[in-house]
Design a protein around this ligand. Sequence first.
Ligand SMILES: [Zn+2]
Length: 307
Amino acid sequence: MPNIETVLGPIDADQLGFTLSHEHVAMQPAVVATHYPWLVDREAIRERSIRELTEAKAGGVDSLIELSTPDLQRDVELMAEVSRASGVNVVCATGLWRDIPRWFHSKTPDEIADVFVREIEVGIGETEIKAGAIKVANDAEGVTPEAELVLRAAARTLKRTGCPISTHHWAPLEVGRRQVEIFQEEDAPMDRVCIGHSADSTDADYLEDLLRAGVYLSMDRYPGVEPRPNWEQRNATVEELIRRGWADKLMLGHDYAPGLHPPESPTRYLFLSTVAIPALRADGVAEETIDLMMREVPRRFLTGEAN
Ligand SMILES: [Zn+2]
């Protein structure tokens, strides 16, 4: 049984269970939290994250893929505390989001990959916590020159370590096409790449073009915020892709961060479990298809094992 790296150390892949594809345990404003700590109540964020993830665990969430990066104030020690207290497995990420520090702009993809590889093989910062995924991000601005360096670095890191890539992408402008193109140019194994925020598009033809490259899609950001698709539209897109035969390439999530959103009851980590998935069932999606998307696909994505 292959291992999956979590913030509390490696676990057997069969312990992964019901897994959310793209979440955040806590979100603090980057730089602000480090340099102006009186503006950020880290203790309150920690308490709230523990409360909500404990509730999520009781509601059947076993694991989540946490895609915060340094420019999203990634805080792996806080993640470890929250994971230990709640019992939810947390896979954390190396990589970068949209605020790429200027230091990286003049580096080569291989030099950037060295940084990511260290966080996968040695540990993050002074900790022994290792990244289990590589995050990259391209929004409405498309793939800027410095973001292209990061994408190429991510592809090379995947090839050096076997650690999978999970992207943030701006689906309305089909930025995923360029992400896929760059990973293909780098000859990355496409079955270890997940194109994220894909449910922000309702265009099944576009999403199917991405899938044909061999990638996974993270159908996340449930329940959706205006003017982006609402949860019913997200479900409709998921159902259309299932109908076209792509269930074994889909994962679901919320892109939720307790520090950023006002509290809800139940916690938004349970929106899929309590609202969206029951609606999929009511529409006739089979239980085994739901298990495939919520359990099998995340496990395959994280381990690289076919089944
Ligand atoms: Zn996110």
